[in-house]
Ligand binder design. Structure first.
Ligand SMILES: CC(C)(COP(=O)(O)OP(=O)(O)OC[C@H]1O[C@@H](n2cnc3c(N)ncnc32)[C@H](O)[C@@H]1OP(=O)(O)O)[C@@H](O)C(=O)NCCC(=O)NCCS
Length: 393
């Protein structure tokens, strides 16, 4: 039995609940590492497919393994036809995150190895999920606009195929590469809320799809992955604002948050944000959308200055602050930004689920079961006396 430790920490901040070999964050210095590799190194040199392999398998693949893994991903891209038929019956104004979350159990039903609890079967399930999550998002975006879903194109890379299945046009190579880099940057982030949700669910011996469904639910929240869509709304709302510093001050004075700012772990600039900021400036210049990147810089400068004045100098832009304008300039609509986060994070979720299920970083699997301090109605250990409804106040 694990030793009982009496700590109360609302929100589990700073409490270590497991060992992991998947990724590491140095929040003070703004460093994020996947399986030993800095994300800057991966973003500059790797591909999402290779990074997904790294996260799932612990090291980068040699040429032959990379080719095999790529072929497995490409082969798994097709979703069952009955999922498309089902999606066509759903309300067209349904949020893509709800649609994605509801689709994962349908993908589970189509998995021939759902009840196979071996490590190799889990790795194959991960491959199917990594390939099919983007296919679902793309199919839904077409169906909700009255268009037919498109078959995958096996010649295209992971990111390019997603853009093709969503838009039905051959994606620009540079856009596809930039999206691939975004997917690398979002692929994992240690024990963030959605990853913890996945690990918590698999710790009960639920299957991988059930765990991923929980992760998608957690990611949808505006304090987590949903923040990018909120950042986009803020940017759209401020397009005509003449006094950005004044808006920032008023917003904070009203007790509201600036979305895309602050982080539970980083006390300096999020390393992913740094990368995305530069990418945004480049795309803005190339596509003549500098107004958007300028607005985002104006908000950043005003907010950082205002936070410093208020003694909150550790609040800096996070990944969502800069991914929102980048995705927008790539033509990705606001409500697809969080699903695109899921398209990337699925690799990290699966890596963590496998690590948790097969105790790959600690001695044996453990069921997460924290405690809560009861602060509710209490009449002693005999319990309160039951009265019929007529006798109740
Ligand atoms: C991410 C986040 C939840 C982490 O915050 P945290 O570590 O829990 O820190 P807290 O929320 O306790 O913040 C500490 C203080 O800074 C303030 N703060 C933190 N982020 C803020 C923001 N973006 N805007 C305004 N105030 C903020 C809090 O209100 C709090 O003030 P208080 O002590 O007066 O209540 C928080 O920064 C946030 O809500 N950011 C906006 C949402 C977002 O971008 N999420 C994506 C994260 S990748």
């Amino acid at each position: 039995m694990a030793e009982a430790v009496r700590v109360k920490n609302i929100g589990l901040r700073g409490v270590t609940v497991a060992d992991t070999k998947v990724s590491f964050i140095d929040g003070e210095n703004g460093i994020l590492i996947y399986r030993g590799y800095r994300i800057e190194e991966l973003a500059q040199n790797s591909s999402y497919t290779e990074t997904a392999y790294l996260l799932l398998n612990g090291d980068l693949p040699n040429r032959q393994r990379l080719e095999e893994f790529t072929a497995q991903l490409v082969e798994a891209r097709k979703v069952p036809e009955y999922l498309h038929e089902s999606l066509k019956k759903w309300p067209r104004d349904a949020h893509p995150m709800d649609v994605l979350q509801a689709s994962v159990p349908i993908l589970a039903m189509a998995d021939p190895e759902l009840r196979d609890e071996t490590r190799p079967a889990a790795a194959r399930q991960a491959v199917r999920l990594i390939s099919r999550i983007p296919a679902v998002v793309a199919a839904w975006h077409r169906i909700r606009r009255g268009l037919e879903p498109l078959p995958p194109d096996e010649r295209l890379s992971h990111a390019a195929n997603f853009l093709w299945q969503m838009n039905g046009t051959k994606p620009d190579e540079e856009v596809a590469h930039d999206l691939d880099v975004c997917l690398i940057l979002h692929a994992d982030h240690t024990f963030n809320a959605s990853t913890f949700a996945c690990r918590e669910v698999v710790s009960t011996r639920a299957h991988m799809y059930a765990s991923v469904t929980a992760g998608i639910g957690a990611l949808s929240g505006s304090l987590h992955g949903g923040a990018n869509a909120q950042v986009m709304e803020m940017l759209r709302g401020l397009e005509r604002e003449k006094d950005v510093p004044g808006w920032v001050k008023k917003h904070l004075d009203g007790g509201r948050k600036i979305m895309g700012m602050g982080h539970a772990v980083y006390k300096t600039m999020d390393p992913r944000a740094k990368f995305l900021k530069e990418m945004g400036l480049r795309i803005g210049q190339k596509t003549g959308q500098e107004k958007l990147t300028q607005l985002s810089r104006d908000i950043e400068e005003a907010a950082v200055r205002e936070f410093e004045k208020r003694g909150l100098s550790t609040i800096k832009p996070n990944v969502d602050f800069f991914s929102a304008p980048v995705y927008s300039m790539m033509g990705i609509p606001g409500d697809l930004m969080t699903p695109v986060f899921a398209i990337s994070r699925i690799a990290g979720w699966c890596a963590h689920i496998i690590e948790e299920e097969f105790a790959e970083a600690q001695e044996r699997p453990a069921l997460y079961r924290p405690q809560a301090e009861y602060v509710g109605n209490y009449c002693g250990l005999m319990g309160c006396e039951y009265h019929s409804p007529e006798k109740r106040a």
